[in-house]
Unconditional design. Structure first.
Length: 128
């Protein structure tokens, strides 16, 4: 992958983000340093960074894709109310992965698991 200033800004934003940003969030942040960047350029570069295994795409059913600075295998928790995403350590998923492997004889090489629910803070607010 060839170097470009746009790609460097996009990658640095995702790597330094404390959330799992959408392409639009990346676009708005990068646009501050590079006002004439297009949303299409951001999408194209995010796709290339995912294909190069530098960042990870989080696919959420009926939602906009998010991007993760942690490329290594792990799972996510997604709050259906506030849309927060948090990482789950992959070690918690090993027993499930091992069980699936034993039951199906599949060699599992990758997974993309997102648990969808309501976070504790949103549950508290709904209880008020």
């Amino acid at each position: 992958m060839k170097y470009s200033k746009q790609r460097e800004l996009i990658l640095n934003y995702v790597l330094n983000s404390h959330e799992h940003p959408t392409a639009d969030m990346v676009y708005k942040a990068v646009q501050k340093d590079m006002p004439n960047i297009s949303l299409g350029t951001v999408y194209r570069n995010l796709n290339q960074l995912c294909e190069s295994n530098l960042i990870r795409r989080i696919i959420l059913p009926n939602k906009i894709d998010r991007f993760d600075k942690i490329y290594q295998e792990h799972c996510h928790l997604y709050c259906n109310n506030c849309e927060e995403i948090i990482d789950i350590n992959k070690d918690l998923m090993l027993p499930i992965s091992d069980k699936i492997k034993k039951l199906t004889n599949y060699e599992i090489i990758s997974h993309n698991i997102v648990f969808i629910g309501i976070c504790f803070e949103c549950q508290k607010e709904k209880g008020r």
